[in-house]
Ligand binder design. Structure first.
Ligand code: AMP
Ligand code: ZN
Length: 464
């Protein structure tokens, strides 16, 4: 039985789906006015692990992820410049071109990181009608009111406001730094629909004139359309708890009059050098930045999997390097079992498979699951262990099936001095000078390395 931590109740709960054997999940997707950074991607790796665990547990998945290609405003308060519009001005491209470009790169990044694409990808710009209908219904029910610059949600009409973040409204305003718009009835009332200035590029016709949707209505309207309400799971990063998801709950429950989402599940933040990632500090790394520094995307995935999704994860290049070395060693151990003959005893792997299942079902305890994998692959070579590792990999998605002997951590590769001895030995062997070749081999072993001959040439590795 899968247990998952629900932000709403602040405890781990048994996962009981609404529709038997099916899991419906909505995940807040990216705002595509810029590249996704490694912090964003950590959140999508968490989403992926969650999805894979549900599948592993036998659920049929219906996952929706939005692409925010409308752009929402710069601050949590509904003020500031539209992010898409700002990027569009700076890069001298239309907002549609900006969105298309960054959406493409986003999906490339997901693929590099073995993050499976949710079944439904929903672009905000293709659901404007659904959003307008939603807002209209809220207005009809008395939850929305019109002021000069748009339609706002009246939080005083929704007594449950604040139940997800458990902040009282005063704290929430301090946290969200909501700018006060004097026409709003309450400072924390938020925009459902904004009226557009003529120079605003992305705007649509609505019952309130030309305008564009608020950010929160986007997720409410698209989750309602594809999943219905209530649905099972909603994911996102912890930054979404106090404003975005609180507002989604208010909209949903005002519209339907009932609970809208059973499990709210949030991934903790990634820090860089123990601080916030920010453009001004130049530390908002992308996957391609890591690749340029000699890391593979899956080194980063492995790095993320070592920390539970509800713990903060501090990114440093030293940490990533250590993950790279560990991941390479893991692959070489997996390869040992891949090459091994069956040991004829299924129970060797079954014990670990049971432990693995228990770990992932306990609120996605992937660090523990990785520990179990390590213990398992350190056993004597046995093909059944390789098969079990591939089962683990249905959730971990570390491409363990691609394990090759050549996968070695850089520090495990032989230094130049050893390579030189190997080359001399190769020459000696070619010259059929076996005595010299043996002497050179002994010298290599003495220096702590092993050299073996294969069809493709010699292979040298640290003698452990
Ligand atoms: P955005 O494109 O800003 O809406 O962010 C996309 C996703 O990344 C959201 O689910 C955010 O909660 C998440 N996110 C943003 N910054 C970080 C971070 N530093 N660490 C982890 N997740 C983040
Ligand atoms: Zn959202």
């Amino acid at each position: 039985m899968l247990r998952i931590y629900n932000t709403l109740s602040r405890q781990k709960e048994d996962f009981v789906p609404i529709h038997e054997g099916k899991a419906y999940m909505y995940s807040c997707g990216p705002t595509v006015y810029n590249f996704a950074h490694i912090g964003n991607l950590r959140t999508y790796i968490f989403m992926d692990i969650f999805r894979r665990t549900l599948k592993y547990d036998g659920y049929k998945l219906k996952g929706v992820m939005n692409i925010t290609d409308v752009g929402h405003l710069l601050s949590d308060g509904d003020e500031g410049e539209d992010k898409m519009q700002k990027a569009s001005r700076e890069q001298k491209k239309t907002p549609w071109e900006i969105a298309e470009f960054y959406t493409k790169v986003f999906f490339e990044d997901l693929e590099k990181l073995n993050i499976g694409k949710p079944e439904i990808i929903a672009k905000a710009t293709e659901h404007i009608k659904e959003m307008i209908d939603y807002v209209q219904k809220l207005v009809e029910k008395g939850y929305g009111y019109e002021i000069d610059d748009g339609i706002y949600f009246d939080i005083s009409k929704f007594p449950g406001y604040g139940k997800l973040s458990r902040l009282d409204l005063d704290e929430q305003q301090a946290g969200a730094r909501v700018e006060v718009n004097s026409q709003k009835r309450h400072p924390a009332d938020f925009a459902l629909w904004k009226k557009a200035e003529p120079e605003h590029i992305m705007q649509w016709e609505s019952p309130w004139g030309m305008g564009y949707p608020g950010w929160h209505i986007e997720c409410s309207a698209m989750s309602l359309k594809y999943l219905g309400m209530p649905f099972d799971i909603h994911t996102g990063g912890v930054d979404h708890i106090p404003v975005h998801h609180e507002n989604e709950i208010a909209q949903n429950e005002a519209l339907t009059g009932k609970k809208s989402v059973n499990y709210w599940v949030h991934g903790e933040f990634m820090l860089v050098d123990n601080g916030k990632m920010s453009k001004s500090l130049g530390n908002t790394y992308r996957v391609s930045d890591l690749e340029e520094r000699g890391f593979k995307p899956l080194d980063f995935r492995y790095f993320c999997l070592n920390t539970h999704y509800r713990k903060k994860l501090n990114f440093t290049f030293e940490g990533l390097k250590a993950a790279q070395a560990a991941y390479a060693r893991l692959l070489s151990l997996v390869f040992k079992h891949k090459q091994a003959a069956p040991c004829g005893d299924k129970s060797v792997a079954e014990k670990y498979l049971a432990q693995f299942q228990e770990a992932i079902d306990d609120d996605l305890n992937v660090p523990l699951a990785l520990g179990i994998l390590w213990t398992m692959v350190k056993q004597a070579p046995c093909r059944e262990i390789y098969d079990a590792a591939l089962e683990f990999d249905k959730v971990l998605a570390l491409s363990l099936d691609k394990a090759k002997a050549a996968e070695q951590a850089p520090e495990e590769q032989a230094p130049a001095e050893i390579i030189e001895l190997c080359e001399k030995r190769k020459a000696a062997k070619a010259a059929r000078d076996w005595a010299t070749a043996d002497k050179l081999r002994a010298e290599i072993v003495e220096k702590g390395y092993l050299v073996i001959d294969t069809k493709e040439g010699y292979k040298v590795s640290k003698n452990k």
